[in-house]
Design a protein around this ligand. Structure first.
Ligand code: ADQ
Length: 720
């Protein structure tokens, strides 16, 4: 790492106490905070920006003093008012994003408020980061509270290295799309160079949200936006495993009267504590011999108790514990030992080491570090981990006994299996689990993420396949001042925005006027080079003084003429029959797709199909067609949401040599295009000429314009 690391998270790992004229800062820990503290200690030169919690004292002197004390620990405070915390943290993050991302849509409030202050607080964080940022630093933003921050930072530091990590699940796009602010949230995240998730399935959900909601095509976990590449990756978070492994505790598993099932969570409805109690009840119900022989110790730290949803779960747990203890307890023994408080890591490790079975059964959990802490603590290779398949850690910890926490009977049976598991089997499973947890620890996690961030960023700097941005005014002026001008212009996606129904993308009055003016420019020759059929493009633009090349240059006609000339002569009936039957097969199976028959080619459009399904079908179809046509002069071409089969000699580049022959030396040749069919045109434009790609994807063109309206702006200036 060349520069410093700047961690950014909602909360700093501190508690600040302000007395009369004294300020005390004490370090505190929690889920994300514990992990990031280890990261901060591991990398020298790490600053951490976050909210220091609420503290009494409002004078600027006290704030200065707090900031000074925090800076001594390399912590940078973002001070937030009660109103901001209520809206941004309690309301928007905890009451809307948290239940939604964990699939608890029935807990969403009717009045989804807090967005304005969520955005404002993200801006405050951006200000705080920018105050300490120096070029070369890496910025690593964490979690749901700050999902707009990557883009806010990108706007202010376009070349900064920015990473984002999500600590909770990313839900399926069917759930995510419920969020009224889904677009700005996705766009906010896309400001990062690298976006990390705990598991590959969260990554896939995110990627389909990008496709379905923003219409982006994701290829090999890469997205392109505004000419930048954004990488998505799965980085399962680890723990400071050595710390747990090395901790010396008073007792290990000494001889006990009863077996112990342990559970440790924050008191949160996602953790599935009521379901767990029910499963324990099922165990005692179906195995009377275990009554009085086994205890469930549930440790639950109260959290977010000012939120009614969290308070309700506490009441439910209190009631269930009371009922269970009434049902199966006696004066000597209560089957459930319920403790509502936090413990020091040393004490937690003692509990972990005395458990026969550890129950980690959340209904939904991004990762769940408790499962890993238990494993790391068991150097004796004993104890059985019963783990929910809805915890992210289940994708790594396959040697645990995996359960569906919604199936109380099933979990009850698995508990029985855990309590009766032979020592040898326990050891085999635990050994494998420990190897993984001790190897892929928190440091590996951070190193891997930061290494990848550096790589993606390096890739950006060296990228040759992304064209440079150019201002429409500069480009238009160069064209305006040229003595002789030859312009090659693609139509769809270059001058005209795409239409869901291709036949409806006829030119508007503004475009017709623009082309007329451009064609009237002395010593300017304009060539429209489109993939469209000659009837269509001829009908739309044939009356203007332009050269028109239809079907990628197969048919050409000069201005003021109805005579189309063909580039090649080919009998098309046979191959078309074969290709048509394959395309029809896919069209019937891909709702929204359609076939377009052109004279010398056939196109399969899938713009109206489900974006992900359409792309999958197109890949498969391309493979099928390529092998079916392998010994023919036909080729399959991928355009923007279209596959096209055509003769391999027919390509846009084929028309260029004849056009440029006999042109004066100082002619300015310029080509505009947006998709793959334009790439071979760019390849034959002389080095002195200009090539302009429209859109955000990689291209061999030298320059890039963002969209069709920028192209029109250029042409307007050129014609003026
Ligand atoms: P959390 O929901 O907080 O974190 P988790 O991963 O289980 O969940 O971390 C909890 C931490 O709190 C653990 O380090 C645990 O030891 C500690 N803890 C729990 N009960 C305690 C107690 N009684 N006393 C002291 N400490 C206690 C979020 C996501 C998770 C994700 C983490 C990290 O919800 O899915 O694993 O971030 O990305």
């Amino acid at each position: 790492m060349t520069g410093r690391l700047i961690l950014v998270s909602n909360r700093l790992p501190v508690t600040v106490t302000v007395n009369e004229d004294d300020v005390v800062v004490s370090l505190s820990v929690g889920g994300v905070a514990t992990g990031l503290s280890a990261v901060q200690n591991h990398f020298p030169n790490t600053l951490w920006v976050g909210w220091p919690g609420r503290y009494k004292g409002t004078s600027p002197e006290q704030d200065f003093k707090v900031a000074d004390l925090l800076l001594a620990h390399n912590l940078v405070p973002v001070k937030l008012s009660k109103k901001e915390i209520d809206a941004y943290y309690h309301h928007f993050s905890n009451s809307i994003l948290w239940p939604l991302f964990h699939y608890f849509i029935d807990r969403l409030p009717l009045d989804a408020e807090g967005w304005d202050l969520y955005s404002e607080v993200n801006k405050k964080f951006a200000d705080a980061v920018c105050q300490v940022y120096q070029p070369g630093d890496m910025i690593w933003v964490h979690d749901i509270h700050l999902m707009l921050l990557p883009q806010l930072l990108r706007e202010r530091h376009p070349t900064a290295k920015i990473g984002f990590f999500l600590h909770i699940p990313f839900p399926t796009s069917e759930i995510f799309r419920i969020l009224p602010w889904r677009e700005p949230i996705l766009e906010g995240l896309l400001g990062a160079d690298l976006i990390g998730f705990h598991t590959d399935s969260y990554l896939r959900h995110f990627s389909s949200s990008l496709t379905r909601i923003l219409g982006l095509d994701i290829d090999f976990n890469r997205a392109f936006i505004s000419g930048r590449e954004i990488k998505l990756g799965a980085y399962p978070m680890g723990i400071n495993a050595r710390f747990f492994d090395d901790l010396k505790t008073k007792s290990s598993q000494s001889k006990k009267d009863r077996q112990l099932i342990l559970a440790v969570d924050r008191l949160d409805y996602t953790k599935g504590i009521p379901n767990r109690l029910l499963a324990f009840e099922k165990l005692l119900e179906s195995h009377p011999e275990l009554r009085g022989q086994v205890t469930l110790m549930q440790i639950a730290v109260p959290s977010r108790m000012d939120n009614p949803s969290f308070e309700a779960v506490k009441r439910q747990v209190d009631e269930m514990v009371g009922r269970l203890n009434g049902l199966y307890g006696n004066v000597d023994h209560a089957p459930v030992h319920y403790i509502n408080r936090a413990f020091s890591p040393d004490t937690l490790v003692e509990f972990f080491r005395s458990a026969d079975c550890m129950m980690v059964t959340p209904l939904r959990d991004g990762m769940n570090l408790v499962a890993k802490e238990f494993v790391a603590s068991r150097s004796d290779e004993r104890g059985v981990l019963v783990l929910s398949e809805f915890a992210g850690s289940s994708s790594e910890l396959g040697e645990a006994l995996l359960v569906n926490p919604f199936d109380a009977n099933g979990v009850g049976q698995t508990l029985y299996r855990a309590l009766t598991m032979p020592d040898e089997e326990q050891a085999v499973r635990m050994r494998k689990l420990r190897k993984r947890v001790l190897t892929f620890d928190i440091f590996r996690w951070a190193e891997t993420f930061l290494y990848d961030l550096e790589q993606v960023h390096e890739g950006h700097l060296q990228q040759t396949d992304l064209p440079e941005n150019i201002s429409p005014i500069d480009l238009g002026t160069r064209m305006k001042n040229a003595n002789d001008l030859v312009i090659f212009l693609d139509y769809d996606g270059t001058m005209m925005p795409f239409h869901d129904l291709p036949e409806l993308a006829s030119p508007d009055a503004e475009l017709l006027e623009l082309l007329k003016n451009l064609a009237a420019k002395p010593r300017a020759e304009i060539h429209i080079v489109s993939g469209r059929a000659q009837e269509t493009i001829g009908k739309w633009l044939g009356h203007l003084p332009l050269f028109i090349h239809a079907e990628h240059g197969l048919w050409s006609k000069p201005p003021a003429s109805d005579q189309w000339k063909s580039l090649i002569d080919l009998d098309q009936t046979e191959w078309k029959k074969k290709v048509w039957s394959i395309l029809e097969f896919y069209t019937l199976r891909t709702p929204g797709s359609l076939i377009e028959d052109k004279s010398f080619s056939i196109a399969w459009h899938y713009r109206m199909a489900d974006p992900e399904f359409g792309l999958r079908q197109a890949r498969e179809l391309k493979f099928t067609l390529t092998s079916a046509l392998s010994n023919t002069p036909l080729e399959v071409l991928q355009g923007s949401k279209v596959l096209e089969v055509r003769h391999s000699r027919v390509k846009k580049s084929a028309i260029v040599p004849a056009i440029l022959k006999n042109k004066p030396d100082d002619v300015l040749t310029i080509a505009f295009g947006d998709d793959l069919t334009d790439e071979d045109l760019f390849a034959v434009i002389p080095v002195k000429g200009l090539t302009v790609h429209v859109g955000n994807t990689p291209s061999r063109a030298k320059y890039r314009l963002p969209d069709t309206s920028a192209v029109r702006q250029v042409l307007k200036i050129a014609a003026s």
